[in-house]
Design a protein around this ligand. Structure first.
Ligand code: F6R
Length: 240
């Protein structure tokens, strides 16, 4: 694992975007694995700026997102599809038909999980961007999730519901289930870029980088991946 400690959130955004832009420049048909949440927003802002200046193009890029809440369709402002349109896709030259997010309102959620795993197996991520939960989750793979898991439906933990409630009017509105790429789908990516900021991520970052590799901290599995870059600010790195 290559760990890069930067000053602040702004620098995570700049450096993270440079890395992803490098992947696109190297391969204009790249498959990007993308994440939602607060951590990657700065990266998306920088990528939008680079695209608008003509430095990169998403015209032939394909994207696969990690996860989606069950029960929210893409028009719901808290859905991850809406988030991706709002923070990235609406502002760059990407063909939305080449952007994929699990369908949280599919009639048969089990079939949707199988379909999504086939999709990511056929479109292997050249780079997978990740955030980390304060309990060490990656995507919605909560502690205890087997490392060989593929796309599946999860019951969100109280901890994650609480963390995510900041984006909803009321905690009772946070969905309790989600569809998520599994850990095996994430580990299949050619390169992994994981970013974290803030003191509340420090323990999870420590467990990911220096802890034992086991399912108690799902992100610790990344120690087994041959090509991982971790970008953290000083606060998130404070226990390393
Ligand atoms: C988002 C995702 C989650 C977040 C994690 C950190 O698609 O899969 O695992 O990356 O919960 O969220 P933030 O960045 O909001 O702290």
């Amino acid at each position: 694992m290559k760990v890069i400690v930067v000053e602040n959130y702004q620098q995570i955004g700049q450096l993270g975007a440079q890395i992803i832009a490098g992947v696109i420049k190297n391969n204009p048909n790249a498959v990007l694995g993308l994440a939602t949440g607060t951590s990657p927003i700065g990266i998306y802002q920088n990528l939008v700026e680079m695209c608008q200046k003509g430095e990169i193009s998403f015209a032939n890029v394909k994207t696969v997102n990690l996860d989606e809440y069950v029960g929210l369709d893409g028009t719901h402002p808290q859905s991850y599809r809406y988030f991706m349109n709002d923070n990235l896709f609406n502002h760059v030259d990407i063909d939305k038909a080449n952007t994929f997010v699990p369908n949280g309102v599919a009639e048969n959620l089990q079939e949707e999980c199988t379909r999504y795993t086939t999709l990511v197996n056929n479109s292997v991520q050249d780079i997978q961007l990740l955030g980390i939960g304060s309990n060490g989750h990656i995507a919605f793979n909560e502690p205890g999730t087997p490392f060989e898991s593929t796309t599946h439906m999860v019951n969100l933990t109280e901890n994650t519901i609480k963390d995510n409630s900041r984006l909803f009017d009321d905690i009772s509105q946070v969905p309790t289930k989600a569809l998520t790429m599994g850990i095996a789908n994430i580990m299949n990516a050619k390169h992994i870029l994981i970013v974290a900021n803030g003191k509340n991520k420090a323990q999870a970052v420590y467990n990911m980088v220096k802890g034992q590799v086991n399912t108690t901290c799902p992100a610790s599995v990344l120690q087994n991946h041959p090509d991982v870059t971790v970008i953290v600010d000083k606060d998130a790195a404070s226990l390393l």
